[in-house]
Ligand binder design. Structure first.
Ligand code: ATP
Ligand code: MG
Length: 409
């Protein structure tokens, strides 16, 4: 009996204990129950146990509780209760029915312990988890949005790049068109120079014919006539040369460098003589390259024309342009070297840019060397550069020899 008492004390000291009669009316509460519920013993005894019921707990919970204990079974639950001051506490509860010898229910005893802190912590944890989930979701959403924006931006950028490339292509076309027109104008000037001499020759021939006619010298007339025919042939050959030069070639082909150089010099012959320029050519007859011959001639012509302008500009007495071509390993090096005083170091890096010119607007478009660069790089797969050497500028065109691309093989 003494032992039983001690057990009772041990249970009561360590747990929250209450007892009710079969109708749920409180018949006993221990100190711990009063402490956690905030009610005094007198306020509890004789009252229905639902005095600590929390309004949040659904009715079905109590129905299950009563059903269980009335079946004389033990009921276990974590209950949400309300204290006297309205605060919430959670208890892990076990309710046992106490039976008499016959097995009838005498009363119910409920033993609980406080799990408020645990439950609150778990609730807090769940809340945090939920928040985290929410955050994750919004983050995903934002990442998705940003990705979409980036994609849009990318697409826009691509489109703009395409537009710009297209615009540039148009611009290049215009640049070439413009340069072509300028070159044609120059060519007409060159033809005029080339024709000056044969025209005056024809004048003299006509005068000779007239004289022979007056003197009734038939063989003289015949001689002048033959001479005149030759001069006219030469003049039409000049036109033919210019026409060939301006006919754009359809296909790339292998050609001798020396031919391209000779072509330029023969086309410019008239104006070079007039400008008192001596051109020295030193090129092996056997060097061949692959590309458009007329384009390379055009490039050399542009460079020679610049030298011609520089001579005039600097008032140079003895004017010499030397054009040389030599083979070195897998490349041909074409040097076009003048003695016109060279290029100012302050502008030398800019001269290949389109529209860069130091000449008056009516004299230069600034496209000459840009065209040279285009031709050498795009059509000939080569490079072009310039250096000041001895008394003038030295333009160097480096072209890979047929079948050897940029010397990489
Ligand atoms: N041999 C040279 N000696 C001195 N300066 C030169 C020589 N070649 C080119 N330059 C300089 O480089 C500039 C650019 O030459 P580029 O041929 O591109 O244009 P441009 O001759 O001025 O005009 P365009 O050739 O279009 O009529 C020239 O204005 C000139 O100042
Ligand atoms: Mg020029």
């Amino acid at each position: 009996m003494e032992e039983l008492k001690q057990y009772k004390t041990a249970v009561e000291k360590s747990n929250i204990v209450s007892k009710t009669d079969i109708n749920g009316i409180i018949t006993f509460v221990n100190e711990e129950f009063c402490k956690i519920s905030g009610f005094a013993k007198e306020e509890l005894i004789g009252k229905n146990h639902n005095i600590v019921r929390h309004p949040d707990v659904p009715k079905s919970n109590f129905e299950l509780l009563w059903k269980t204990i009335l079946r004389k079974e033990t009921f276990k639950t974590t209950a949400k209760n309300r204290a006297k001051d309205g605060s919430t506490f959670y208890v892990n509860t076990t309710i046992f029915p106490i039976l008499d010898k016959k097995g009838n229910i005498l009363e119910f005893i409920a033993i609980r312990y406080d799990v408020t802190e645990n439950v609150l912590l778990t609730e807090e944890l769940t809340r945090k988890e939920e928040e985290l989930k929410q955050l994750n979701a919004t983050l995903e959403n934002r990442v998705e949005k940003q990705t979409k924006q980036l994609l849009d931006l990318n697409r826009n950028l691509e489109m703009r790049v395409k537009e710009e490339v297209e615009k540039n292509r148009e611009k290049d076309k215009m640049v070439f068109q413009q340069a072509r027109l300028a070159a044609m104008g120059e060519m007409i000037g060159n033809i005029a120079h080339q024709w000056r001499q044969p025209l005056s020759e024809l004048g003299i021939i006509l005068f000779g014919i007239k004289k022979s006619f007056i003197q009734n010298d038939l063989s003289g007339i015949e001689k002048h006539y033959e001479h005149g025919k030759k001069v006219i042939d030469r003049m039409s050959q000049t036109i033919e040369d210019f026409r060939n030069f301006f006919n754009p070639e359809k296909h790339k082909d292998t050609f001798f460098i020396k031919d391209a150089i000779n072509e330029v010099v023969s086309i410019l012959a008239g104006s070079l003589i007039k400008a008192k320029i001596q051109v020295k050519i030193k090129a092996s007859k056997t060097i061949k390259v692959f590309g458009y011959k007329n384009e390379l001639s055009q490039a050399i012509l542009n460079i020679i024309n610049n030298a011609k302008d520089a001579f005039k500009d600097k008032n140079i007495e003895k004017r010499v342009i030397s054009v040389s071509a030599k083979k070195e390993k897998k490349y041909v090096y074409i040097h076009i070297h003048d003695n016109a005083g060279g290029i100012d170091e302050a502008i030398i890096d800019k001269i290949f840019e389109p529209y860069f010119t130091t000449k008056h607007a009516s004299l230069g478009t600034g496209l000459g060397l840009y065209i040279v660069k285009m031709i050498v790089e795009n059509s000939m797969n080569g490079v072009v550069c310039v250096k000041n050497k001895s008394a003038g500028a030295d333009f160097i065109i480096k072209i890979p020899i047929k079948g050897e691309k940029n010397g990489t093989e």
